[in-house]
Design a protein around this ligand. Sequence first.
Ligand SMILES: *Cc1c(COP(=O)(O)O)cnc(C)c1O
Length: 357
Amino acid sequence: MINVTKSFLPNQAEYNAILKTSWDKAWITNRGPLVKELEQKIKDKFDISHVIATTNGTLPLQIAIKALELKGEIITTPFSYIATASSIAWESCTPIFADIEADSFNIDPKEIEANITEKTTAIIATHVFGNPCNLEAIQSIAEKYNLKVIYDAAHAFGVIYKGTSIFEYGDVSTCSFHATKIFHTGEGGALFTKDQELYDALYYHHNFGHDGPENFHGLGINAKMSEFQAAMGLTVFPYFDDIIARRELLYKLYLSKLNSENLQFQRIINDSEYNYAYFPLVFESESQLNTVKEALNDNQIFPRRYFYPSLNTIDYLKGESMKVSESISKRILCLPLYYDLTETDVNKISDIIIKYI
Ligand SMILES: *Cc1c(COP(=O)(O)O)cnc(C)c1O
């Protein structure tokens, strides 16, 4: 069986060896040495100002909204995972959707500007499938209208834009280290910011507001990463460059095998070092997608409709209709892409798809 993804797991002995240090000390959470080591390794590798490891990739979005004290309307993308928009609603703000670009699948800066009102306080944009948003355009809109910017960089671990880590952009960036993501800690995630004051606020928020054992800086929640999660991260981390290289090879093989004018690929933004986090494929119609999906399923191959549905169509989010996002989300399929996938698998999957388009 070939699923859309498979978690990268090195030899279990490597995990056990890393975990042993915390086991021996019986120190398994509350920002132990393994969490700090993982944060330091991430900072050093990508030359990042500040990072806070968290227990998943959703709490960072909620904490960022809280720490920036956002109210009112937040402009966001309808083409993302539910966590992007649900975090806005969870924090009692109103998500206002702005449609996406048909080729990059990222939020369209022109649509952001068209949706700004006096109630708008921020933009939350997703680097879809790791492809950087139009960072310059979003920054200049934010400056012009005095808005905060949060990037949901859940897919973007390792991505570099114009020589700088993608996590250094915006007021806050968030990442997910979920088992299905390109770099993982089982469950996990992180908060990033360049701003020291904001870092302090995010840090307090992620640990109950604690300022020492008996004082509280303010309201907080528990989003701490455990030592078990950090041990997993430290086990996977040394393999990260190999993981990217392997994915790049498979991604490029898909591109060459699926070279057909009936298929649309994601346009990856120039000036970026991409991480090959996903291989999305857009069909001409939803029925063509369904035919291909069934044929793949018959061969025990399980791609994923992702992102689907378009978030503006979800009842409780009460979005306006979004032409481009709804059209793409109905026709997009993410193909299997993971470290252990073989070239033979890619050839087989591609041959089946080509037969039905
Ligand atoms: C996975 C994901 C999240 C949520 O991350 P979790 O670690 O699963 O909480 C948020 N946004 C996007 C775009 C994601 O893909």
